[in-house]
Design a binder for this molecule. Sequence first.
Ligand SMILES: Cc1cc2nc3c(=O)[nH]c(=O)nc-3n(C[C@H](O)[C@H](O)[C@H](O)COP(=O)(O)OP(=O)(O)OC[C@H]3O[C@@H](n4cnc5c(N)ncnc54)[C@H](O)[C@@H]3O)c2cc1C
Ligand SMILES: NC(=O)c1ccc[n+]([C@@H]2O[C@H](COP(=O)([O-])OP(=O)(O)OC[C@H]3O[C@@H](n4cnc5c(N)ncnc54)[C@H](OP(=O)(O)O)[C@@H]3O)[C@@H](O)[C@H]2O)c1
Length: 496
Amino acid sequence: MIGICQTITVFERADEVGGVWRENYSGFGAQVKRDQYSFVELCRHSGLDTYPTGRQLKAHCDTYVETFGLMPAIRTRTEVKFLQRCPHCWRVVYSETGSSETYTEEFDFVVLAVGNFSEKYVPEIPGSDAFAGSILHSSELQDEKLLRGRHVIVVGFGKSAIDCFALASTEAESVTLIARRPAWILPQRFLGLPLEWLASTRWFAKLVFPPYHNACLLMRLLGYIVLPLQTALWWVLAPLVWCHFLLPWSMWPAYGLRWQLWHGHSVSICNASKIKAVFRSVKTHCIRGHISEMKSGSVLVQDSIQKQEKEISADVVVFATGYREAWSKLFDVKAAALLDPRKDGPDLYKLILPTGDITNLAFLGRVLSTCDIVTSFVQAEWLAGLLAGKFEYPSLQVRERFSAKYRAWRLRFAPTATSTFLATPSVHSYFDELLSDLHSKTLVDRHPPAWKFRLLHQFLPLRASNFAKLRQQRGAKKPSLVALRSESGTSDVSQV
Ligand SMILES: Cc1cc2nc3c(=O)[nH]c(=O)nc-3n(C[C@H](O)[C@H](O)[C@H](O)COP(=O)(O)OP(=O)(O)OC[C@H]3O[C@@H](n4cnc5c(N)ncnc54)[C@H](O)[C@@H]3O)c2cc1C
Ligand SMILES: NC(=O)c1ccc[n+]([C@@H]2O[C@H](COP(=O)([O-])OP(=O)(O)OC[C@H]3O[C@@H](n4cnc5c(N)ncnc54)[C@H](OP(=O)(O)O)[C@@H]3O)[C@@H](O)[C@H]2O)c1
């Protein structure tokens, strides 16, 4: 948004930029390849490994900030405490991180990009105060030496849990994975083919998922006709995925594969032979169940397969139990209710702008797509286009109409998913939707004759480099300021 807004201030509560890539468990990194997880502007010479490590991605963020001279706009060690709506602006209440003294500044537009994984979640378990060993959240397992020669328990079945389980299997005396609802793990290569050639392509999305909410009537009808065929296909795909890992039967997933992917559960993509070896190691055990109580040197586990209680010795318990959302506490009750009327996540126009009577606020990065860095880039370009006046600020009616349509579509196919849910292969359709507002295309209009590339486009996995053109187009545009209309009045964008 540099060049569009008069001034931009970025509040970051940590000492440095990098978000989740600043620190996490030992050996953490991206589960998708660098082609899909790197900054669009730097993707051609990113210096990242094929599967980038967390450290490399942190350096990648630093390089980005340096390349575009962003540091003067960023206030590190500054935590936003509260966002208050005023008639013509947003009042931002912030403090130095860790301090109770607060300051206030006014801004015309606020972009919320607080991430989905910045508030750790550890469940409260009876007896945890009496536990003599260490209790860690997965993100705190930064030194595997902590586990050396210990009896370790890992709780959860997300990507963090699988990785911490694998890490512990190399260091600990014994490690037990306790999962209340095991989930599907996807292999990096499926039937010998890199996973992205299936999961990140348009043709696969059309083959196995219902049409996107904005599909034409014909496509929607076709979607209903092929639904039984799709169901049959998922029945074939699921055992094939399972065969890559051959985990113990107690870890058979709690949901169907389509249900898990389509309902927005997080996806773990792993090296199949490595994970197979971890589960087969004599040091590792797994239990389907949950911890009901912690004692001084052990935990009580309710095994839901054997229907019995087990006591397991433990020196270290790693809770890989995920994260909580971080945005709602920044608003008062009334604004939070307007933003999240159904308590299933913020209701957002094009998954960016609030659909209720709240303007000059945008959410970036709420959508999870496994190529989040590219998704946030396309969203930011859309937002920059909006602020530069490339298209009109959608009225309350337009936003509400979108909300009703998107919600109806989501509830039909993914009733338990959160409001900003998007199945990974559908991300193409989402990008098309945003790019059509910008009157912009990616690969298709770069390589005439278009029809051949339109066809090729169906089979190519999504890549960050596809979007380089979008950035070039923006680079040529003159800086401009727009007046954004709130439902009650107007306010000029001078600061973001
Ligand atoms: C271990 C791990 C691996 C992942 N791997 C992948 C992957 O392979 N592919 C993928 O697509 N996604 C992956 N993700 C998801 C990842 O979170 C996103 O891809 C990406 O980090 C989102 O960036 P973001 O800037 O939106 O959020 P974040 O990286 O979470 O950054 C949010 C920033 O906001 C700051 N902040 C929060 N609240 C405040 C406040 N009140 N005031 C000031 N600052 C605040 C935080 O300090 C943080 O720096 C992974 C996540 C984790 C935890
Ligand atoms: N690229 C990578 O290598 C990588 C690494 C780590 C994380 N990530 C991403 O980061 C995000 C977070 O991943 P994550 O693995 O940390 O968290 P997650 O995907 O949210 O998984 C949390 C796990 O903890 C379980 N859980 C939650 N509350 C529990 C409770 N009270 N008792 C017992 N179990 C509980 C959940 O089980 P239920 O299903 O039963 O709720 C789930 O299995 C995901 O999007 C993931 O893809 C990526």
